[in-house]
Unconditional design. Structure first.
Lengths: 178, 239
């Protein structure tokens, strides 16, 4: 079953989340459980905190990050196929379009503020950030609407984004989190 | 804007305009609404798969979202002025999108070139709406401009990075050779009756052929002066 009401709930929660608010700061104790859950779900052996907004491109533009990204893209494609199979393409598109539309301005502004805090005038990284968060919300929406559960890596990735972090990449056995 | 054409400031004032004025505005809004969405679906979204790393994939994803957002902006205006929603969705209308969408993109290099040169064409079209007599359309156009400029800059920067190697230069040149010849048609026929009507109503300022010539000149700067590559020759008299 594809529960579009769950997608709607995720979409309306977008403005209230803390997108990029903790980027660059040390991990707080209360974050460690969430980060560890994502580490386990992603198959990484360790977590490395990325200390600066200015390091985004160094990590996210590493070709070694592609393997994990492609695995996630394949999983997203699988979830989308399942969603369409249990409902129909227009229903899935209508539901997930709300996620895109609601995030358009909010995520960009949150990323821009994070860049300002880091004293970065790199407009491209702001868009990279907004794109990453939007993709995370979209994938979590698919997983959640299909009842995949809170332990699915897409749901955990979204939770980490919404709490203020940016899971930048998994490279070899390391999960990099800004 | 023609000195004799007064501004139409609101939807209510629009409703009081002549049927001819309303039809002209609807044509423009409809075209933008359809082509923004179609471009996002056919070019921008699929390009995410071609992007080489997560950094470029997320950037491409955001660009696709912004193009989709432009569709939403023009479609919202379209609904306000009485264009049926289905008419603004490419898969539900009989109106064909621009001919440039008939080609396929097969590589990230082609996407970078399309943003550099295709969105440059879009900027010229949007620039021509910045003094539009229909103020809500002028406002919608103005709102999309910063993002369109970023998209062109993305294309410029991505092409420049790829051109850092001889192999990259070859790939970008091949992409330019494939894509550029399809783009001058984006501006419509020369001596266009529609364009004449748009200008008479103060909706647009420039002729199609004037914008096309400007476009080719600006594209030449991007390709030949900035990248050191060759812009294919195009016979502008064919339009």
């Amino acid at each position: 079953m594809f529960d579009a009401t769950r997608v709607h709930a995720l979409a309306v929660a977008i403005p209230a989340a803390h997108w990029f608010a903790l980027c660059g700061l040390p991990f707080a104790d209360e974050e460690r459980v969430r980060i560890e859950e994502l580490r386990l779900a992603s198959g990484a052996q360790r977590v490395e905190r990325v200390g600066s907004w200015h390091s985004v491109r160094v990590v996210a533009d590493d070709p070694r990050a592609l393997a994990a990204y492609d695995a996630d893209a394949a999983e997203a494609a699988r979830l989308k196929s399942v969603a369409i199979a249990v409902t129909d393409a227009p229903t899935v598109l209508r539901a997930t379009s709300e996620v895109v539309e609601r995030g358009l301005g909010v995520l960009f502004e949150a990323a821009r503020q994070a860049a300002d805090r880091a004293r970065s005038d790199d407009a491209t990284t702001v868009r990279v950030a907004a794109g990453a968060a939007s993709e995370a919300i979209y994938r979590a929406a698919l997983a959640w609407a299909l009842g995949e559960g809170n332990s699915h890596r897409f749901v955990l990735t979204h939770a980490l984004f919404a709490s203020g972090r940016w899971p930048l990449a998994r490279i070899d056995d390391t999960l990099y989190v800004l | 804007m023609s000195a004799s054409v007064a501004e139409v400031k609101t939807i209510e004032e629009f409703a009081a305009q002549s049927p001819e004025y309303q039809a002209a505005v609807k044509k423009l809004v409809l075209s933008h609404a359809i082509n923004e969405l179609y471009g996002a679906q056919v070019f921008d979204e699929p390009a995410v798969a071609y992007a080489p790393t997560p950094y470029w994939k997320w950037l491409t994803c955001r660009i696709a979202m912004e193009e989709y957002g432009h569709h939403v902006r023009f479609a919202d205006l379209g609904k306000q002025i009485g264009i049926p929603e289905d008419d603004m969705i490419p898969q539900r209308t009989a109106k064909k999108p621009l001919s440039i969408f008939e080609q396929t993109l097969d590589t990230f290099e082609e996407f970078a070139v399309l943003k550099m040169l295709g969105d440059l064409g879009e900027i010229i079209q949007v620039e021509d709406l910045l003094k539009c007599s229909f103020v809500p359309l002028r406002t919608a156009a103005r709102a999309t401009m910063p993002e369109e400029k970023f998209h062109v800059k993305f294309g410029d920067d991505a092409c420049a990075e790829i051109c850092a190697t001889p192999e990259g230069k070859e790939r970008i040149q091949a992409a330019i050779d494939k894509i550029f010849p399809t783009l001058p048609a984006f501006f419509g026929r020369s001596n266009s009756r529609n364009n004449q009507i748009f200008r008479e109503f103060g909706l647009k300022e420039r002729t199609n052929e004037g914008m096309r010539e400007d476009y080719v000149n600006r594209a030449r700067v991007s390709v030949e002066e900035r990248l050191g590559l060759k812009l294919p020759d195009v016979d502008l008299s064919q339009y």
